[in-house]
Design a binder for this molecule. Sequence first.
Ligand SMILES: C[S@@+](CC[C@H](N)C(=O)[O-])C[C@H]1O[C@@H](n2cnc3c(N)ncnc32)[C@H](O)[C@@H]1O
Length: 436
Amino acid sequence: MNNTIILERTTFSEIPIDYTWSFSDKTIKDTSYITHGYYTYPAKFIPQLAARLILENSKEGDIVIDPFMGSGTTVVESIVNNRIGIGTDINEIAYLLAKVKTTPIKTSELLQEFNNLDFDLQSRLNGQYDYFLKKAEQILPKNERIDYWFLPQQKEKLSIIFARILEIQNNDIKDFFLIAFAQILKSCSVWLQKSVKPTRDPHKKIYEPLTLFLNQSKKMLKKHFEFDKILNQSIKNNIDKFRIVKCSDSRNLPCEKDTAALIVTSPPYVTSYEYADLHQLPSLWFGYLSELSEFRKKFIGSAYKDDRKKIDLKSSLADKIVLQLGENKKGKEVKNYFADMLESFLEMKRVLKKGGRACIVIGNTEFNGVKILNAEVFQEQFENIGFKTYNIIHREIPSKMLPSTRDTKTGQFVKVTDKNLKLAYPTEYILIMEKL
Ligand SMILES: C[S@@+](CC[C@H](N)C(=O)[O-])C[C@H]1O[C@@H](n2cnc3c(N)ncnc32)[C@H](O)[C@@H]1O
């Protein structure tokens, strides 16, 4: 581990970029190795980043936690590096995904179940279509939003696939195929491809559900075999002792106080993504979405949260930012966000042992000319609740596709499509805070 670096709380943009944290040599194959590529989860960080933080700041057998685990990158990297991985996320899809990505399954059983599925689905969809469609219709959750996103023909075929997956007896194997199903939903719907906002595209090319499902399952099978090979045998045999994933709030971690060595996380941003909307398609099929408006409020950073009473944000910079934004919707959203994040940091403090570290990957943003200095605010909040700054890393986020930036009016991620516009890659910070 490096020596402690003392940093003044100035704007972090002046910190030189450390290019060893760019991982620009990594290909998509590298970043989707073992189970990491099962599902397209927005704003996930790359496994190499999580792995380096874990290796440099903890040792084998330590507890590593991600309170905003999303697709479970930190938890996967924790167990393959012989740590105990704990993760929470408020989103049921994230929970299911992280569970599937970290659950070892016997190769022969998985393959057998895939062959059975393949055989049954071919005959149901080609031969006994009407009979199985009737059966499937009884299972499918009733929600008019499904008809909004799926044309009747795709919906029927997807229903037959979904109903067949639900017949699988072994829960781990059933969940594995549910994730394959979740991953193909966007391509089988009229959801505007590549859009993170729920937008309909009437001209979209829609793919054949069975072909997509079988191809996705095959891809995942191959990756699962890789995962099975590299996972330590004793972890494989006792997975429930080495990995705890839960669908719950970051402010209520499933961990005893003063026991964890490390937190590695990338928290949500204020009103950048509406995570509740993003995972709408699988949530609809799996029956997770009865009340979208109530569901949205649980997400930190959502624009739909109820306003809070007066609260001490434990950061004079946060107070200044909120004041600058003014008494309007945006001002309230940012205040709520910093308040929610402060509560998450207090929970991190509860579970970390003395000397334990919290690594927070976060970028800054801007609304209507007001700089939302998330990283600087978080550092101040941490220091005011009993942490010291161990290190702050300024990193570049290389993008293999179009570089993205944030719209300075809305703060949302947008792709830069103007070829003449030269845009430096966006950067972000890794705060490494140590519990005193
Ligand atoms: C930037 S993403 C994390 C991505 C993750 N690092 C990965 O590699 O997939 C932030 C996550 O925070 C979750 N989140 C938002 N509010 C939450 C809350 N109150 N408790 C726990 N998780 C929450 C979102 O559902 C989202 O998955």
